[in-house]
Design a binder for this molecule. Structure first.
Ligand code: SF4
Length: 695
């Protein structure tokens, strides 16, 4: 008999690592189960649209493979042989091991490690409260935003830009280095409105003919890591053809005459040789941007995941300053709105207990750190104990062979608090079952928009799952860590944080659903001056002193070109490695999340390398053939997919598949590098030279 379950709709926010942070309308069936998820229709940015993988979230939250009990390792590390234990026993063991590590090597031997598996402020960042109070090794977060954010801030001085909803009111939308059809669908909603209502043109700059490129009026297909050359050539044309706004340049920029003289030699022929893009396309791009003053540059993360990524981001952001597009609604350059929220996170993160002299270990360098490379350890003690929440470094971190060797160390104790038995959890000594976002209360901010949103607890978690906050507080008690934040509930933390940050109260947020934090038009468009003392956009950034939160500079900062340029610091192809590999995001996965859901797995099929048919022919490879790709960091086995939507010499592996999905268990990050990008670190996931052979 079909029993009709009581149904209610509730608001939430997508917690996943995606700039859209969609406002969700959730079907709650009976307090235990959910139905379909939809985009909240009256949310100004989400506008009723979310991606398919989150719409079918019931597949993930009610998955039969969810972890529901605490587990202790019984067999060898990585064997997957675990036995259930009680929560009290599990937490006692973790606390005992952390205290023992502290006694043997000092508090810095313990390294709490986390990332953006949830973007909720309470559940993601609360681990920092424990590490600050206990003076454990710091976590220098580098794996995602550093080159992109520092490159953008290098020009504007602040991580904020024109209202993202203005994309619907532009005459030309330039989507640069991001594939919103795969990763943040709402950008396409606003693009469609601008096209329909204003006849706007869509320009997309990317390294392969992905779903977004296929929708463009002008797809600009370039080689990876050559965006700076493209930007310089566009600016060359703008100055040459009288499209530079000299009044704006004089009032709002630092060195317009130097820039004009500099790009005089960076013409489309020069850029064509570097980018692989034909001269006519570069000219057409410049003409569109020059003639349509109301041009909105939506600058993504993808093109920053390169050793010259910060320079490329900055170069792309300079174009809007040359045309003066910032003056107009629907004009300017947007990357992320992180700076508009002015959070006070003292209670969530225990910032009042932070000692800046404690070492900060680089998240992206977890491989070199765990195998004991002295420079990666900043000259300090080895890491011998870890607590991991919200991330899966054995799959997602670069230089995977080192990461795996590190996690296999007998003298390393690891506790992983997770939703599924990920490849990192498999390497743990203790595995704790974690709640999902609809099973706890949390607070979210949009990166790609300007709303604060609430994600309330809507259903009970399965089995014995506990939230990150519960685990952190329970460990703090056992470890003797004291801070008022450990005694607060998530709702109290949310209320405190909203009040102290000037955003009202939890009660107000619950009543209104979300808070629109969009600054005034003048401020968002920097018409009151860019965020530097003299108010001028920087064509010539002072790179080491760009105001980006970082304990140190990284990489060859002193070699960064003074003005926008093509910086040839990338892993160029050479005779032994004639191809350049990009590890772009797959449509049905989000990093390693959703690689457990049946529909996503079915749609992505298997790990493949997309390469040009002429390149394949020259290597003796046919469509569907098993192949091996490699470089000095290692080798990966997958299957060839012939695809003529890339430049010759470029290969794309849409990821991130579990390592176990590859023929010999070595995932794509076996061949990505962990060397830190200038100026403030990061991993160059899309900047790899490789060879390709038939398997
Ligand atoms: S588009 Fe991004 S933010 Fe929106 S539902 Fe999908 S993953 Fe979440």
């Amino acid at each position: 008999m079909n029993r009709q379950l009581p149904l209610r709709h509730a608001l939430s926010a997508c917690p996943h690592d995606c700039p859209s942070t969609c406002a969700l309308d959730v079907e709650v069936l009976d307090g235990q189960r959910i139905g379909r998820l939809r985009g909240a229709a009256d949310h100004g940015y989400t506008a009723g649209v979310i991606c398919a993988k989150v719409a079918r979230y019931a597949e993930r939250i009610h998955h039969p493979d969810r972890l529901i009990l605490p587990l202790r390792r019984r067999g060898p590390k990585g064997s997957g042989d675990f036995e259930p234990i009680t929560w009290d026993d599990a937490l006692d063991i973790v606390a005992e091991k952390f205290l023992a590590a502290e006694r043997a090597h000092g508090a810095e031997a313990v390294w709490p490690y986390y990332y953006a598996g949830t973007m909720g402020l309470v559940m993601r960042d609360g681990i920092n409260r424990l590490r600050h109070v206990k003076r454990y090794s710091g976590f220098f977060s580098t794996i995602c935003v550093n080159p992109a954010w520092s490159g953008y801030i290098a020009g504007t001085g602040r991580l904020a830009g024109p209202d993202p909803r203005e994309m619907a009111r532009t005459d030309c939308l330039v989507i640069w280095g991001t594939n919103p059809v795969n990763t943040q669908v709402n950008v396409m909603t606003h693009a469609a409105r601008a096209r329909k209502e204003r006849g706007a043109k869509l320009v997309v700059v990317d390294v392969y003919m992905n779903g977004t490129m296929q929708q463009a009026d002008l797809p600009v297909l370039i080689r990876p890591g050559t965006d700076g050359a493209l930007a310089c050539a566009v600016m060359h044309c703008l100055f040459r053809d009288g499209h530079a706004d000299w009044d704006y340049l004089a009032r709002f920029t630092d060195a317009p005459h130097e820039l004009a003289a500099h790009v005089k030699t960076r013409d489309p022929e020069w850029a064509s040789r570097i980018t692989g893009c034909d001269v006519a396309t570069i000219e057409a791009f410049a003409r569109l941007v020059g003639e349509r003053k109301r041009t909105y540059f939506r600058l993504g993360y993808g093109f920053s995941r390169s050793r010259n990524g910060a320079v490329n981001m900055h170069a792309a952001s300079c174009i809007a300053a040359v045309t003066g597009a910032w003056r107009l609604e629907g004009g300017g350059a947007f990357h992320n709105n992180g700076a508009i929220y002015h959070w006070r996170k003292t209670m969530i993160e225990g910032l009042d207990a932070c000692d800046p002299s404690v070492r900060q270990l680089d998240q992206s360098r977890i491989g070199p750190i765990l195998v004991g490379e002295a420079d990666a350890l900043c000259g300090g003690p080895p890491v011998t104990a870890m607590l991991i929440q919200n991330t899966n470094p054995v799959s997602v971190a670069p230089e995977q062979d080192k990461v795996k060797r590190g996690f296999a160390r007998d003298d390393l104790f690891v506790c992983v608090h997770e939703q599924f038995m990920t490849e990192t959890a498999r390497m743990a000594d203790i595995v704790l079952p974690a709640t999902m976002f609809l099973e706890h209360d949390d607070l979210y901010q949009g990166g790609g928009h300007q709303y604060i949103q609430l994600g309330p607890k809507l259903v009970e978690p399965p089995g014995e799952c506990r939230s990150n906050h519960e685990v952190i507080c329970a460990l703090a008690q056992r470890l003797g860590a004291e801070h008022p934040g450990f005694a607060m509930t998530p709702r109290e933390l949310i209320d405190w944080t909203l009040r102290e940050s000037g955003w009202g109260t939890l009660e107000r947020l619950e009543a209104e659903g979300w808070i629109d934090c969009q600054p005034s038009f003048e401020r968002a468009h920097y018409l009151d001056g860019f965020a530097w003392k003299d108010g001028k956009f920087r064509f010539k950034p002072d790179w080491p002193n760009v105001p980006f939160r970082s304990p140190t500079t990284c990489g060859p900062v002193d070699q960064i070109p003074p003005l926008p340029d093509h910086w040839g610091v990338i892993e160029e192809a050479d005779a032994a490695h004639p191809f350049r590999l990009v590890t772009a995001p797959a449509r049905n996965y989000l990093n390693s999340t959703f690689t457990e859901t049946p529909t996503s797995l079915q749609r992505e099929r298997r790990p493949e390398l997309m390469l040009h048919p002429d390149d394949a022919a020259s290597c003796g490879i046919a469509d569907g053939d098993p192949i091996v790709i490699g470089n000095p960091r290692g080798e990966v086995r997958l299957h060839a997919r012939l695809f003529d939507g890339v430049r010759r010499g470029v290969a794309i592996a849409e990821s991130i598949w579990p390592n176990a999905a590859f023929v010999d268990g070595k995932g794509i990050n076996t061949i990505t590098g962990a060397d830190a990008i200038a100026p403030f670190g990061g991993a160059a996931f899309h900047d790899n030279r490789i060879w390709i052979r038939p398997a």
